[in-house]
Design a protein around this ligand. Sequence first.
Ligand code: BGC
Length: 433
Amino acid sequence: MHLTRRSTTALVATTALLGMASAGCAAGTGDPAPSPDSHQDVAVYTWWSTGSENEGLNTLVEVFEKQHPEIDFVDDGVTGGGGGAAKDHLQSRLENQDPPDTFVAHAGAELQDYIDEGYIQDVSGLYEEHGLTDVFPEGLIDLLATEDGKIYSVPSNIHRANVMWVNPAVLQENDIDPSGRYESIDAFVADLEKLRNAGMEAPLALGTTWTQVHLFETVLLGSLGAEAYSGLWDGTTDWNGPEVTAALEDYKTILGYTNADRMDLDWDRAIQRVIDGDSAFNVMGDWAVSGFDNANQEFGTDYVAVPSPGSAGTFDFLADSFTLSAGILDEDSAKAWLETIGSKEAQIRFNKVKGAIPARADIDEDEFTEYQKMAIKSFQEDTIVSSMAHGAAIPVAHLTAITDAATRFNREVQEGGGDVPAFQAALASAAAA
Ligand code: BGC
């Protein structure tokens, strides 16, 4: 993957200027100057540089090249799970008027700042043109649309965040129900303690900062329940309230059962601990399924995937979604990319490797794995809440403030402390900002 971009916009702009300077003639030939659009390419920005993420991107490119052979794909992205570093880098490019033609972001509140700044364009016209309004579930369209009914991205997939990945053999060896299902956080903590007493240092595998925020989100959900969890984002749940204090205490307790080297691990290495049996559990979005597949693990036997503790009946939603940048010269190529993203072929092939479910509802479930069939059912039947850690629930600035507070708290817990009142106050002031 390219770490620096070949600036499509700059390149085309230069060609255009040269064309003007030579008064409409290609230098020295007398032939008409090439139109700025004669070479089409599309600069696509993602952070999908490893494992299933990179495989998924390659699949999208293959479908794109088949559907639009006249346009070259330019990989314009960066590296880093969860996209945290990507977001910062992207932000500086957008501020410097150097946008990629299209970038992946999370559908929902994360797009709001980009919309307010005028960095991305309304693409609802493309939904009409390619019939997406008819094939995306109505509930999804509602999650994608802003208050004025505009839509600013085309989702490639829907991921579920509240999934716990479990090594059933480890549980069985310790006389614990191998299903890994926990109706409550307390029941989960009781088994963490049992595993710890049996000599397992870190029964719950955890990774770096953003994965800690991911775990935090699922503890809030499992402790508060779907309604009060959603209330954190629309202001109906008080961040200073006693239920939140209890959820933060739960988080602190759970952190006590995680691995000390967590800051050094991205999500895939935390999953590896479960595969290796060093930990019994990891909570991660369902892109994690690829880690098990790549290690030839059998779903249902070598590993199971269940709702994170206390969150059965809820689908914690996020969607990777591609935008149309403002201020680019070749909008048609970017729109062609978005057309591919919404197409049936891309949605099937991409999600087969990415572990997510398609955004389109007109796809035969039999195309997908057992895990994905479960996720499709849950998305259709369960209560849907929006992911905080992955941009669906809150804008970037709010998530950054939560991440800072959670990172501080994690460090304190690791050092044997963990000031819950200070953490709660920081979260409340992040919400009020
Ligand atoms: C994205 C996923 C990605 C994961 C890990 C999430 O925010 O939505 O597509 O696989 O981060 O990088």
